[in-house]
Design a protein. Structure first.
Length: 133
């Protein structure tokens, strides 16, 4: 397993300190999720930035391990973290900016993937998805 760098760990800790949690265990749990995400990204090269293809691969791999509600919740955590990294100037842009574009809907294989990145209710038929407005 690839481990996140000490820089990633420091950034994760800084991000979590900016958040307001109701339960004392939440930062520890979120840190684990974010460290695992950082390790996943780092598998694509030292100092690799998260890209749309990396996010798509992460979503697909995680969807095989986690129930949909957990994937949904943890994806929003990762999205908040990436937005914070962008605001701090650590990354140029968050891949979620691109993934939220409506024309990207057909890039995803499952209703959960589309719902996660588009933030819209999705009605699926046998032939094709229809996004509710």
């Amino acid at each position: 397993m690839t481990r996140p760098s000490s820089i990633d760990t420091t950034l994760i800790e800084r991000f979590l300190r900016t958040q307001h949690f109701r339960h004392a265990a939440t930062p520890k749990n979120y840190a684990g999720t974010l460290r695992n995400f950082a390790a996943f990204v780092s598998k694509h090269g030292e100092g690799a930035a998260p890209t749309v293809p990396i996010m798509q691969q992460w979503l697909k791999e995680r969807s095989l391990k986690w129930p949909a509600h957990i994937l949904y919740h943890r994806t929003f955590l990762v999205e908040r973290y990436l937005k914070w990294l962008q605001e701090q100037g650590v990354i140029a842009s968050s891949p979620f900016t691109e993934l939220h574009r409506p024309e990207r809907v057909n890039d995803f294989a499952t209703p959960g993937d589309v719902n996660l990145v588009c933030g819209r209710r999705v009605h699926w038929s046998v032939s094709s998805p229809q996004v509710a407005g």
